[in-house]
Design a binder for this molecule. Structure first.
Ligand SMILES: [Zn+2]
Ligand SMILES: [Zn+2]
Ligand SMILES: [Zn+2]
Ligand SMILES: [Zn+2]
Length: 353
């Protein structure tokens, strides 16, 4: 094939976001319909390519098969934690220092004192609109594989402990999983029963708002941050509306693939730069890591749109109202311009709170 023909033809059919090329314009249009590219996708600071997740951006920058030019510049002045490209080597040095998170030592103090109890959780507006929650499970059932919540922690945005307690499970514990939980039978014997704990936490989260009235915007209820919250809430026998949940295991930019989550241990190492869950695990440590990840995602600077989600009624017809031949006449940039995200980007939280 004549190479000049190929480049001029496919250039017109190159996706303005992910740079995939298509033989026919109609295929590009079809690709745009199903890709939900948007200004909220992680983006390469060199070539501006959009990636579905930070993992694919990482691959694009540092391999195994990186794009050569992007790799070269990234090695020179790219931050290996947040994956942004800085203006110079010295700017990188200053940036990286502030980008690198450190674990909060309060958790260690609690662990050393083996207190672990702060259970006066009350509805109180002064205690933050965003909280993160983590649990540690012991084992139930004949083989000890059933997860029973035995310890829970709740912190505010400033990593201050709001609630930290052992829990007495409803079912007999058959494995304390001591190596990782550090939990002994006597810690649970007189602990608060599961039902009381979940009621306290739910009341705190709803903050005086009836649970069926909770909307995505406004209201008094709190935003709940965590990792794998479906499982935590199930073990706590508690419900909370999805619109108020920010889960680092389910957030597309932080996932390994569209279906596979990264572990919190991995995310903390890769995107915050420190180790967690190395020996006996304290839920406080997980709370801090998820809160830091949440705040990092929330503080991303993205272009502001009036209707940022493809599910916003105003966007329902972005592709549908145009005739196919009109869409095929548009440039790839025009197509990208009205494409919207299919997930709620956490940067939007910083716009309405
Ligand atoms: Zn694309
Ligand atoms: Zn965003
Ligand atoms: Zn690039
Ligand atoms: Zn950085």
């Amino acid at each position: 094939m004549d190479p000049s023909y190929e480049s001029s033809d496919t250039l017109r059919n190159k996706c303005a976001a992910c740079y995939r090329q298509f033989n026919k314009k109609e295929h590009l249009v079809e690709h745009m319909r199903i890709s939900y590219h948007s200004v909220h996708e992680p983006m390469c600071g060199v070539c501006r390519k959009h990636c579905r997740s930070f993992e694919s951006l990482r691959e694009h920058l540092i391999g195994p098969l990186p794009k050569a030019e992007c790799e070269r510049i990234f090695k020179e002045r790219g931050c290996d934690i947040c994956l942004t490209i800085l203006g110079s080597r010295s700017a990188l040095r200053a940036h990286r220092d502030s980008c690198l998170s450190r674990p909060n030592n309060n958790g260690l103090l609690y662990r050393m004192a083996n207190l672990g109890i702060q259970d006066d959780l009350r509805i109180d507006n002064s205690r933050g609109r965003i909280v993160s929650l983590a649990c540690k499970m012991v084992g139930g059932g004949s083989d000890g594989s059933l997860d029973l919540c035995a310890r829970v922690c709740l912190i505010d945005e400033h990593e201050r402990i709001l609630f930290h307690s052992y829990i007495k499970p409803n079912l007999p514990v058959t494995s304390y999983r001591y190596e990782t939980t550090g939990i002994r039978p006597e810690y649970l014997r007189d602990a608060m029963p599961l039902r009381n704990v979940s009621r306290k936490i739910q009341e705190f989260l709803c903050n005086g708002e009836p649970i069926w009235q909770i909307r995505s915007k406004g209201g008094r209820s709190r935003i709940l941050v965590g990792h794998g919250l479906d499982h935590d809430l199930k073990c706590l026998e508690m419900e909370y509306p999805a619109i108020k949940i920010r889960d680092t295991a389910k957030y597309p930019p932080l996932m390994k693939t569209s279906k596979l989550s990264n572990s919190l241990k991995y995310l903390t190492k890769a995107y915050l730069g420190y180790d967690i869950q190395t020996g006996v695990q304290d839920p406080y440590e997980d709370c801090v890591a998820t809160m830091k990840l949440y705040k990092r995602m929330k503080s991303q600077f993205h272009k502001k749109e009036n209707y940022p989600l493809s599910s916003d009624p105003q966007n329902k017809n972005n592709f549908a109202t145009w005739r196919q031949n009109e869409l095929e006449r548009m440039s790839p940039e025009q197509l990208l311009d009205f494409s919207r995200s299919d997930y709620y980007c956490w940067c939007l939280d910083s716009q309405d709170i």
